[in-house]
Design a protein around this ligand. Structure first.
Ligand SMILES: NC(=O)c1ccc[n+]([C@@H]2O[C@H](COP(=O)([O-])OP(=O)(O)OC[C@H]3O[C@@H](n4cnc5c(N)ncnc54)[C@H](OP(=O)(O)O)[C@@H]3O)[C@@H](O)[C@H]2O)c1
Length: 246
């Protein structure tokens, strides 16, 4: 029996240079999906990304983070899938401020750039699926934790708006193939994994699946398959549903 041919997809990946992002680019290209990997134009590692993404056959896009420029780019590419995988950390914010950069924290990057991308999608005539990488622990209630609260606000923009979306809420994302050393996150991930393994053994399997860590490759493979799944449109995905293609 012949399987139906899936419609042609074009993907735009913001945050492509991050740990999750680079795996998403690779996963998309394995499926031969036309992929535009966005890299900020002032990236010190632009040459590296051009070479690495070039080996997968992905195109590097260096559109500046300015609303008009991004609107024009999204209108031109007409993506069917837009991945928002951006984020900073407290450590990065402190380091860039110490170095005299005006790079800001969660408000400017995690919320501001993500919503700028969403606005570009809103302005487009096509209706791509907006794949947003949120986090476990986010809920619809305001949080005193700035990291969780900016994600709650982005999620609200999606769930209350008209753009087709999928929100993914993973727990710790870590693996030995991460470039940046994150000892505290790694330690927390290990402690959490040990605790939820015990909880899982006691019968709370879904709790274990929600909180155990994942690595970039597995998360990316799942995000891409979920992006291609019509049933995942306008849903929030976590736990075992976010590991369904492992
Ligand atoms: N790590 C975790 O355990 C975890 C768990 C749950 C959810 N999340 C969330 O999932 C997302 C991806 O996580 P990750 O660990 O894969 O992220 P990551 O490796 O830290 O990558 C972050 C991405 O954001 C971009 N970015 C940061 N600051 C920027 C700026 N000022 N201008 C433009 N781009 C900027 C980075 O670009 P450059 O390379 O150019 O800096 C990079 O592409 C984030 O929103 C994160 O908060 C993470």
């Amino acid at each position: 029996m012949f399987r139906s041919i899936p419609p042609a997809h074009v993907a735009f990946v913001a945050g492509s240079t991050g740990y999750t992002g680079r795996h998403v680019v690779e996963s998309l290209r394995k499926l031969r999906i036309e992929t535009h990997a966005h890299v900020r134009p002032d990236s010190k590692e632009l040459a590296r990304w051009k070479e690495e993404f070039g080996t997968f056959g992905a195109m590097v896009d260096t559109t500046p983070w300015e609303q008009d420029a991004l609107n024009a780019r999204i209108a031109k590419i007409c993506p069917t899938l837009v991945f928002a995988l951006l984020g900073t950390t407290k450590k990065r914010t402190r380091a860039s401020k110490a170095a005299g950069s005006d790079e800001d924290g969660y408000e400017k990057i995690d919320y501001g750039l993500t919503v700028m991308l969403l606005n570009a999608v809103r302005a487009a005539s096509t209706q791509p699926r907006f794949m947003y990488l949120s986090s476990v622990g986010v809920s619809s209630k305001p949080s005193s934790n700035a990291y969780l609260d900016v994600r709650r606000r982005v999620e609200a923009e999606l769930t209350e708006g008209n753009v087709p979306y999928t929100i993914a809420r993973p727990s710790f994302i870590h693996g030995s193939d991460r470039d940046d050393v994150r000892p505290t996150e790694t330690l927390f991930a290990k402690i959490t994994d040990a605790a939820v393994t015990l909880v899982g053994a006691l019968g709370a399997a879904e709790l274990r699946e929600r909180y155990r860590s994942t690595d970039g490759k597995h998360l990316a493979d799942n995000l891409v398959m979920i992006a291609l799944d019509p049933a995942a449109e306008n849903t929030i995905i976590d736990g075992s549903a976010l590991r369904r293609f492992e």
